[in-house]
Every structure is written in structure tokens, then in C-alpha cells.
Write a protein that binds this ligand. Structure first.
Ligand SMILES: Cc1cc2nc3c(=O)[nH]c(=O)nc-3n(C[C@H](O)[C@H](O)[C@H](O)COP(=O)(O)OP(=O)(O)OC[C@H]3O[C@@H](n4cnc5c(N)ncnc54)[C@H](O)[C@@H]3O)c2cc1C
Length: 403
């Protein structure tokens, strides 16, 4: 091995193999990574080396991006420093992961390679703003985007607002329906609703279809009551930003303020590795539905959003959370020699904030032929202004207790 190569092989302090302990590397400091770090430290502190690698020093909570964009929350309220995990015995390493080498049990980063005995990866999804020219609109799918949208909204004094969701593959299925209702409430408060129209363009024929007929009915009622136009099931062409129109097949929608919902892709470090599987929904990481374990490598667990399409679950934080707990239980059980029931998700709660109304929809999750099934099993638990606070309390407590 040449000297330059040697420098690239990192021994994270306290993770040397000769201490006899296994090393568990957690890739990603988001929802799945932080949930795993906490659970693994509860079971394995002092019994295994735990290392979390992320390219951001902070754990940033994406469900609160809309609150930042709408001016309700400040960026510092929606994030926590990942270094806080060190109190739990989890070593934090700030680095950009370039790729995974599962044959050699290595994570390749811009600060060198990191060896593991177990890998748990939860890198979210990569956003695609190029297809359909979505970058020409505002969005709240990153913190930077949320701040730009906040500034643009604060100087918006009325006009045609279009929310453009060209594909069903995006982060958090409920988001477009929430933002349409939230904008209605904010424009009313600011006295500009009568000067504004709100149009939501979405691939589903009926709004929020996968959450079942009750959710569709309530959402249609809200749209009707608030004067929100829903355009469903049409074929998207592109955003023509020079003419300020969203072009759909056979129809155009002019806008003064455009909100876009980007498509998602498998994160680039997985591309070209055997961890990825081609599906009708695109290329995604492949994992066992009950444990999040890679179908190819016993020592790799993939509970991140990038596995959800293959698992049959929505690309959202709630299923990532449960899958990450299941993966962490299996890893800690194997290291301790105490096998456990991974306890994968059996019911999924979707809490929705419609501005001045909240919905809580429950979807039962069943295993069928190795995949999880939830479509067709959803029902409304609560439709009330209280539901909005249920969602907020759920997220605040999730964030506050995450480390
Ligand atoms: C606007 C919005 C609203 C949402 N609302 C909800 C909601 O109401 N309910 C719900 O359940 N879900 C919601 N979600 C979805 C939820 O946030 C995600 O599904 C969840 O965060 C996915 O968890 P993850 O760990 O896979 O990815 P993330 O939480 O995105 O974490 C990925 C982590 O990996 C790091 N990372 C990525 N690539 C690299 C790399 N190459 N090298 C090093 N580090 C890297 C990132 O910095 C980040 O720390 C929402 C998402 C958005 C964007």
C-alpha cells in the first residue's frame, strides 16, 4: 500500500478493531441515522464501536421545512448538532460519502475509507429539479430552498399560485395537499386571498388517493370550501419559465408564484453497487421488508428513504423511523448474541396539517409475500383543528427526544 493510500484509510479514534469490539457504521445523520444511533447506543454503548458519518454537522428535520418557508419557524429550531450523539458514545465524523464497497466492508468518503462490521445506511433521496425545469420555481425541500421561499412569499402580494407536482415519486406524499391548504390560510391572514388563486397540479386523479376514500373526501371538501383548484391525472410537459406557465399535455397553467415538488432518485453513493435494484418505480436500494437488511449482504442494513419503494412503504419519515428501529434491533441482537423480534411497522399514522385543520389518518400495514402493504387499509382517526397540534406535538417531541 502506498503512503498516499494509507492516509486514506481512516481509523476513527476509538474504533480500532483490536479492541475486540465490532464497529457499526451509520451512514447519514437524518431521521433514519439518528433513530439508529440512539437505539444502538441504548443497547450497545461500551459493547461496540458506533460511528455516524454525515456531510452535515447538523441533524436537520425535513418535515419542518414548510414551517420555515411559511415563516413559522427559524432554521435553528429545526436542527440539532450531531456532535450531541457523542454523549451517547456515538462517534460523529463529518464527511461526504462517495460510495459503498460492501465486498470489502468499506464506506468510501472524501476524508478516507471507513471499515465496518455492520453498516446501516439512511441517506434519504436525491432531489431532481432538472426534469420538467422545476428549479425555476420555489420549493421547501432543502433548508436553503425554504429560506428563499420564505423571502419570496413575504413580498408576494397576490396573484396566481401554482403548486406543480409532476411525478408521484417525491418526498412525503402528503406535502402538496398540506401546502395548498396552508397557503390558503396564510393568504387569508394577510388579506390577499381574494387577489390570489391557488391551483394544485398532481398526478393522482383524486387528491391524496393512496390514503383512502375518507382522506379524499375530506381533502376535496377543504379544496372546495377554500376555493383551491385541483388538477389531477394530467400528463406534465415542463415549466416554461420564460412565459411563466406550467405546460401540461393539451393545457397550460399561468403562474405568478410557482411552488415545485422535485422528483427523487436513489442517492449517488449507491449507484453502481449491488445494493441497488431496478424496479418499475426506478432504481432503489433493495432490502428485506421486516428488518431493512440488504438482500445481498448480511452485514448491511438499508432503512433509509431509498429503500421504501422496494419495501412497499411510502417515501416518508414515519416508515423510515420504524425500519431503522427494526434494523438496529437486529444488529444489536446479533452483536449481543440475543436475537430479538425486529418489530417492523404494523400501523402508519399520517398526521396532516391543513393550515387551520388537522387530519390524522391511520393505515394498517400487513406483510404479504415479503413486501409490506398499506394501500386500501387507511381510515380517518381525527379531523379537527386539534389535529394540527397533534402533528406539531408529535414532531416537536420526536425532535427533542431524538438524541
Ligand atoms: C418538505 C418535507 C416534508 C416532509 N414531511 C413529512 C411528514 O410530515 N411526515 C413524514 O413521515 N415524513 C415527512 N417528510 C419525509 C422525511 O423527512 C424523510 O422521509 C426522512 O427524513 C427520510 O429519512 P432518511 O434518514 O432516509 O433521510 P434524511 O432524513 O434526509 O437524512 C439523510 C442524511 O444523510 C446525509 N447524507 C446524504 N447524502 C450524503 C452523503 N453522500 N454523504 C454524507 N452524508 C449524506 C444528509 O445530510 C442527512 O443527514 C418530509 C420531507 C420533506 C422534504
Amino acid at each position: 500500500m502506498r503512503a498516499s493510500e494509507r492516509q486514506l484509510t481512516i481509523t476513527v479514534k476509538g474504533t480500532a478493531k483490536d479492541d475486540g469490539m465490532k464497529t457499526v457504521v451509520i451512514a447519514g445523520g437524518g431521521v433514519g441515522g439518528v433513530v439508529a444511533a440512539k437505539r444502538l447506543s441504548e443497547r450497545l454503548k461500551g459493547k461496540a464501536n458506533l460511528v455516524l458519518i454525515s456531510d452535515n454537522e447538523k441533524y436537520v428535520f425535513p418535515p419542518y421545512f414548510a414551517n420555515v418557508a411559511l415563516g413559522d419557524m427559524q432554521p435553528e429550531e429545526i436542527s440539532l448538532p450531531l456532535s450531541k450523539l457523542e454523549e451517547r458514545g456515538v462517534k460523529f465524523m463529518k464527511a461526504r460519502i462517495k460510495s459503498f464497497d460492501p465486498d470489502n466492508r468499506k464506506v468510501v468518503t472524501d476524508s478516507g475509507d471507513v471499515q465496518y462490521d455492520y453498516l446501516l445506511a439512511s441517506l434519504g433521496s436525491e432531489l431532481d429539479f432538472d426534469t420538467y425545469n422545476l428549479a425555476s420555481g420555489y420549493h421547501n425541500f432543502t433548508l436553503e430552498g425554504s429560506l428563499k421561499m420564505r423571502d419570496a412569499l413575504s413580498s408576494f402580494n397576490g396573484g396566481k399560485v401554482v403548486i406543480f407536482t409532476p411525478s408521484p415519486m417525491y418526498r412525503c406524499g402528503i406535502y402538496p395537499f398540506e401546502i395548498a391548504n396552508q397557503l390558503d390560510v396564510i393568504f387569508r391572514r394577510r388579506g390577499i386571498r381574494d387577489k390570489s388563486s391557488i391551483t394544485l397540479i398532481h398526478p393522482f386523479k383524486n387528491p391524496i388517493e393512496p390514503l383512502g376514500p375518507e382522506a379524499v373526501r375530506i381533502t376535496n371538501e377543504q379544496f372546495q370550501k377554500r376555493g383551491i383548484t385541483y388538477v389531477g391525472g394530467k400528463k406534465p410537459v415542463k415549466v416554461d419559465d420564460a412565459r411563466k406557465v406550467v405546460v401540461m399535455e393539451g393545457e397550460e397553467f399561468p403562474y405568478d408564484f410557482l411552488v415545485t415538488v422535485p422528483l427523487i432518485k436513489v442517492p449517488s453513493p449507491f449507484i453502481g453497487t449491488p445494493l441497488v435494484k431496478s424496479t418499475p418505480m426506478g432504481d432503489w436500494t433493495d432490502a428485506d421488508a421486516l428488518t431493512g437488511r440488504s438482500t445481498k449482504y448480511d452485514d448491511v442494513f438499508l432503512p433509509g428513504e431509498h429503500s421504501m419503494p422496494v419495501l412497499g412503504l411510502p417515501t416518508a419519515g414515519v416508515p423510515v423511523h420504524f425500519t431503522s428501529l427494526a434494523s438496529s434491533s437486529v444488529i444489536s441482537g446479533e452483536i449481543l448474541g440475543e436475537p430479538v423480534d425486529p418489530g417492523q411497522i404494523s400501523a402508519m399514522v399520517c398526521a396532516m396539517d391543513y393550515g387551520d385543520l388537522g387530519l390524522v389518518i391511520n393505515c394498517d400495514v400487513k406483510e404479504e409475500n415479503g413486501a409490506l402493504k398499506w394501500i386500501g387499509s387507511c381510515y380517518s382517526v381525527l379531523t379537527s383543528p386539534l389535529g394540527k397540534y397533534v402533528k406539531d406535538m408529535f414532531y416537536r417531541s420526536f425532535l427533542l427526544t431524538s438524541m
